[in-house]
Ligand binder design. Structure first.
Ligand SMILES: [Zn+2]
Length: 321
């Protein structure tokens, strides 16, 4: 906070039919726009959503001709539905301006193709590996498996394989994995915009408050590692904006057996915060005024020099020095 601006009263709007969950929250942040998303297969709590307005990745890529491997989302294994939130259905943006995804799924899919090409797998093994990947491929409705990542990402995965091998048992897990992917990506891919979808604290759905608080400390450690990676790097140091924002709040109903849920549309599930840190951000400021999650996209655009023209237009002015 000393180094930036904290909006301590940010809200997810109370709009009828709007859920406070991870898919919706992620899309509110990246599009700056609320929508009553429905799972395209009508699955209860399903989150195969397709935004109709562009994501910040698409705006940035289109405005500055940024290549896809420099706009990245880092995703965990618990959120297959979010694996393809990389582009909208907007006619002027969409797949040509999509961001790339860094996740263990992408690594495994790449590895399987490598191993097949090298003739290393029996038909039975290929069958088995394809089965492992189906839950992910099912979500890839719009590109039908054609969402290949390009040569930069392929050499990224090549280096990952050289370091961690093929087993999948050596690399870090959970949010620590996302941190590792992010720090490596900063070094190897030189991203202009990267979103890290930390999610370990959601294990609180299993019922234990300690899952939540432990995960918060893992996330905190991850943020520290990412900030350090940026500060070690001359190009990124003093040239990088950090925005920390939750995709949803948490229920505070004391009568529920399981703490910190977010599917009951309670007031506190709509209550979040946002922290901005970086060059051009006002330092040491805490803003009490109520602001809105949909304002992030346009504000980011203001800092980065693109116009999020289909997003909520009110900028978080207090953040700007
Ligand atoms: Zn959850």
């Amino acid at each position: 906070m000393r180094r930036g601006t904290l909006f301590k009263n940010m809200e997810i709007s109370q709009i009828k039919g709007l859920n406070t969950s991870h898919g919706e929250g992620t899309l509110n942040i990246v599009t700056g726009h609320y929508d009553q998303y429905k799972d395209i297969e009508g699955k209860f709590l399903g989150a195969r959503f397709e935004p109709k307005v562009p994501t910040i990745f698409e705006y940035l890529r289109k405005t500055f001709a940024v290549p896809p491997h420099q706009t990245l989302i880092v995703n965990g294994e618990d959120r297959p539905d979010e694996e393809f939130y990389t582009f909208s259905n907007h006619f002027a943006f969409g797949i040509d301006y999509r961001s790339n995804m860094l996740s263990l799924y992408r690594f495994k899919a790449w590895l399987m193709r490598q191993q097949i090409a090298q003739g290393k797998l029996s038909d039975k093994e290929i069958e088995k590996k394809k089965k492992e990947l189906t839950k992910w491929e099912k979500v890839d409705r719009r590109t039908k498996g054609d969402d290949r990542q390009g040569s930069e990402l392929e050499s990224f995965w090549q280096h990952w394989r050289e370091y961690y091998g093929d087993s999948g048992f050596v690399n870090p897990r959970g949010d620590r994995l996302l941190t590792e992917l992010t720090v490596r990506a900063i070094k190897e891919l030189r991203p202009r915009l990267i979103m890290v979808n930390y999610q370990d604290c959601d294990y609180v759905h299993w019922g234990y408050m300690s899952h939540y608080t432990r995960a918060v400390s893992i996330m905190d450690e991850g943020l520290k590692n990412i900030v350090e990676a940026v500060e070690r790097d001359e190009e990124y140091r003093n040239n990088t904006l950090f925005v920390v924002v939750p995709d949803c709040g948490r229920d505070s109903n004391p009568f529920l057996n399981v703490p910190c849920q977010h599917h009951f549309n309670s007031r506190s599930a709509h209550e979040i915060f946002a922290l901005f840190v970086g060059p051009g951000v006002r330092r040491g400021d805490v803003v009490d005024r109520t602001v809105d999650q949909s304002q992030i996209a346009t504000t980011l655009g203001r800092f980065m020099g693109f116009s999020a023209e289909h997003a909520e237009q009110r900028v978080l002015e207090e953040a700007i020095a």
